[in-house]
Design a protein around this ligand. Structure first.
Ligand code: NOS
Ligand code: ZN
Length: 376
């Protein structure tokens, strides 16, 4: 007699399972049909395709380039149609709705306010429009029978010079819909220490931040993000694998940095599909998440960019379940890891774990007890 716990969840169970998402870009998750409509309304003529299905395919193919720099070029089109408060509100609302429909119960969604100023919005207007959109999306999700809570992370672009200003913005909107700060963009040539003043400011304010590090560039980037900048979490951090040595007899030795990351329970915001597109990993089976999970790193599963990567939280888990044979218990482990690592207060994280996540998995795990056996 085996219990359902040891079995792999099917796609429908994966979708219903409560999931927590820490690394998702607002400008990387638009619905293709919405991009087409927004481009038409705003007169943007640069779209490579105007049929939504073809456009979705174009984004996935263009992002599947083997290089982070080329992956990032595709964001020119999504940012181009996100220049008004109305567009930002709409896309944020749809984001919350889509996540909720996919079974996400808590999400931190990031975007760079400085990329939405081309038509005269102020930084504050950008943040307020996105916040209103998230609240609207949460309400619509609830009306459709789903519950989701979405917090915003404000991103500063690492090649630009506005990080202190964006950090101050994140601090001003703290407890008003913004839960933290991030830096993103091309990694090679733009070390996080360029933005030390922003990180030091946030630390003095007792605020939270994550840093994209260890995606396109390796250990020095992770080391700087943690030991110079003081990041609470690592955006990707997947290259920590370079400091984990597996010998031929299967023995495993962690270097000093990998030990630190594991010992200090530094959350890794892993994004498997995105990594395959940018060349940070070559296949799901070779993706470091398998080993990092075995070694009990604080690993979490994320989408990065649902549009460019043609993915969702459920799809990421489907790949992991079929590649590594993960069970509902593994899914719960990743989900609890993510909830523990969120930037909302401890009591709220604990309540999400105890009152939402664990009961949700218990319910799914108990289903086999009530299965119907054949009659006659
Ligand atoms: O995986 C990534 N690595 C680094 N930067 C990224 C990634 N995905 C998106 N962005 C960048 O973050 C900006 C704000 O959301 C996006 O416009 C994109 O340039
Ligand atoms: Zn990212």
């Amino acid at each position: 007699m085996t219990s359902e716990n040891t079995q792999q969840p099917n796609p429908e169970q994966i979708r219903r399972a409560p999931k927590v998402l820490l690394h998702d870009h607002l400008d990387g998750g638009l619905r293709p049909a919405t991009i087409v409509e927004l481009a038409r309304e705003s007169g943007y003529e640069g779209l490579p395709e105007t049929d939504p299905t073809a456009l979705g395919t174009w984004f996935r193919a263009a992002a599947d380039s083997g290089s982070l720099e080329r992956y990032l070029e595709t964001f020119a089109h999504t940012c181009a149609v996100l220049q008004t408060a109305q567009a930002l509100r709409r896309v944020a609302a749809e984001c919350a709705e889509d996540l909720a429909a996919d079974g996400v119960v808590y999400a931190e969604v990031r975007y760079a306010p400085e990329q939405h100023l081309e038509q005269g919005l102020t930084l504050e207007q950008v943040v307020e429009a996105v916040n209103e959109g998230f609240r609207e999306g949460e309400r619509r999700a609830r009306a459709a029978g789903h519950r989701v809570r979405v917090g915003a992370l404000l991103t500063a672009m690492r090649h630009a010079a506005r990080s202190l200003e964006i950090a101050e913005l994140a601090n001003r909107y703290r407890d008003l819909g913004v839960v933290g700060f991030d830096i993103a963009g091309a990694e090679a040539g733009f070390p996080p220490t360029r933005h030390l003043d922003a990180f030091e400011y946030l630390k003095r304010e007792n605020n939270h931040f994550t840093i994209h590090a260890g995606e396109a560039f390796g250990l020095p980037s992770i080391w700087q993000a943690l030991q110079w900048c003081g990041a609470d979490r690592l955006g990707h951090g997947v290259r920590i694998i370079d400091d984990i040595h597996v010998s031929e007899d299967g023995g495993i030795k962690l270097g000093r940095l990998a030990s630190y990351v594991r010992d200090k329970r530094i959350p890794l915001e892993l994004c498997p599909t995105s990594n395959l597109q940018t060349g940070a990993a070559s296949s799901y089976v070779e993706h470091p998440i398998g080993l990092l999970r075995k070694l009990h790193f604080r690993a979490t599963v994320n989408t990065d960019n649902r549009l460019m990567s043609g993915t969702s939280m459920s799809r990421e888990f489907e790949h992991l379940v079929s590649t590594f044979g993960y069970t509902l218990d593994d899914m719960q482990w990743f989900t609890v890891n993510a909830m523990k690592s969120a930037f909302i207060p401890f009591d709220e994280r604990l309540a999400m774990i105890n009152d939402v996540i664990k009961p949700g998995y218990a319910e799914l795990k108990a289903e086999w007890l009530f299965r119907q056996t054949a009659v006659g």
